[in-house]
Design a protein around this ligand. Structure first.
Ligand code: NAP
Length: 378
């Protein structure tokens, strides 16, 4: 009997420790009203992305849910309009596995949305599932697609400063190791997938680091956020059916809710006065130190160059064009680059009217070792 009581006490104690250290998430504060501002959240039809979009909508932002499935994206937009009481939640099609789809999304967005204040790269995959591509699908969806999207939307972010870019990374970046000789090789088998996932999350951290350097002084700041261990479909959807009844209750006990997971990305998007920490990695609503591999400016620069190639961006697209592209060009581009032009449309178009086409103003390049402020932000 005594042994039973002792065992129960130890189990409870262990759970309390796990709960307070892993499961319980600090609440994000930050700017209360987002009225008049526009946010894009990728992969917002489920999990952390949906909860992130809900909070932004509750605070009054116009929220664009950038999702790959029209059905799931429109269903989520409907739910979020109901739950937030904010009608300015719309769906736009974006498949990060397809560079053409990323370009089409950007063209459609730039031609219909006058503002972009917050860009949250939340969408991600942990496995290729049954898909067999001739490239590294995990890197494409988790890093290259977001890299290209940021590049294409940057002109709009720059006209809406102060604006922010947040990439939902992961603590898994600590296990990442970028091998530039095989960066885009197809990934086969679960071991390669685990490695590729960690590598892609390391790429997120290095991308944000380099982006911050290039954006210094523009009024656009950027952050990498770790949501914590979250009870979502990210890993569970790849678990065999027979194992689910065992794993689901355990996941419910020891993992955060998606709402808890949304707190750090929201913190990075909304917290006042964190601009000096642009380029840094946040977890539990705190800035956190990353391992040497994730703060190597030379590797970050090399990754940027490699990503330019993988995203199909030429050097000329980094330079200031002689002329600004016209709205008609953007429409043509979107029609040409979308496999199914119908997928471009928004679920509930409001009518902000055609906007000035974006200025592809040159991003200043300064490669330097950054002096990092001490991680003291609360
Ligand atoms: N869960 C965790 O413990 C954890 C921990 C650390 C970091 N994260 C990161 O948090 C982010 C959100 O994950 P989650 O846990 O909320 O998982 P989730 O529920 O599976 O959400 C992932 C979202 O990404 C979307 N997506 C997948 N492939 C896409 C593509 N090709 N184009 C556009 N969207 C795509 C999914 O859309 P569909 O519904 O159409 O598949 C879904 O909406 C991910 O970046 C993940 O790496 C999660």
């Amino acid at each position: 009997m005594e042994a039973l009581l002792l065992g129960t006490g130890l189990l409870l104690g262990a759970y309390v420790l796990i709960y307070y250290n892993l499961v319980k998430a600090p609440q994000c504060g930050g700017i209360g009203s987002l009225r008049g501002r526009t946010a894009v959240v990728t992969g917002a039809n489920s999990g952390i992305g949906k909860m992130t979009a809900l909070e932004l909508a509750r605070r009054g932002a116009r929220v664009v849910l950038a999702c790959r499935s029209r059905e799931r994206g429109e269903a989520a937009a409907f739910d979020l309009r109901q739950d937030s009481g904010n009608n300015e939640v719309i769906f736009m099609a974006l498949d990060l596995a397809s560079l053409a789809s990323v370009r089409a999304f950007a063209a459609a967005f730039l031609s219909s949305e006058p503002r972009l204040d917050i860009l949250i790269h939340n969408a991600g995959i942990s496995s290729c599932g049954r898909t067999r591509e001739a490239f590294n699908l995990l890197l494409r969806v988790n890093h290259v697609g977001p890299f290209l999207l940021t590049h294409l939307l940057l002109p709009r972010l720059k006209t809406c400063t102060p604006s922010r870019v947040v990439v939902v990374s992961s603590a898994a970046h600590r296990r990442g190791r970028l091998d530039f000789t095989r960066l885009d090789r197809p990934v086969v088998g679960w071991q390669q997938e685990l490695r590729a996932y960690a590598d892609s999350k390391l790429a997120n951290v290095l991308f944000i680091r380099e982006l911050a350097t290039r954006l210094e002084g523009t009024g656009v700041t950027c952050y990498a956020a770790h949501p914590g261990p979250v009870n979502s479909e990210l890993f569970l959807r790849h678990v065999p059916g027979w194992l689910r009844p065992l794993l689901c209750p355990l996941a419910w006990l020891v993992l955060r809710t998606p709402k808890g997971g949304a707190q750090t990305p929201l913190y990075c998007a909304l917290q006042e006065s964190i601009e000096p920490f642009s380029g840094r990695y946040f977890a539990n609503c705190h800035v956190e130190e990353v391992p040497p591999a994730a703060r190597d400016d030379r590797v970050a620069h090399r990754l940027w160059e490699a990503s330019m190639k993988l995203a199909g961006l030429g050097a000329e697209e980094e330079d200031e064009p002689d002329e600004e592209p016209h709205l008609e060009d953007l429409r043509t581009l979107s029609a040409l680059s979308t496999p199914n032009p119908k997928e471009l449309t928004v679920s509930e178009p409001s009518s902000p009217g055609p906007q000035r086409s974006p200025d592809f103003s040159k991003v200043t390049r300064r490669i330097q070792v950054k002096a990092e402020p001490e991680p003291q932000v609360s």
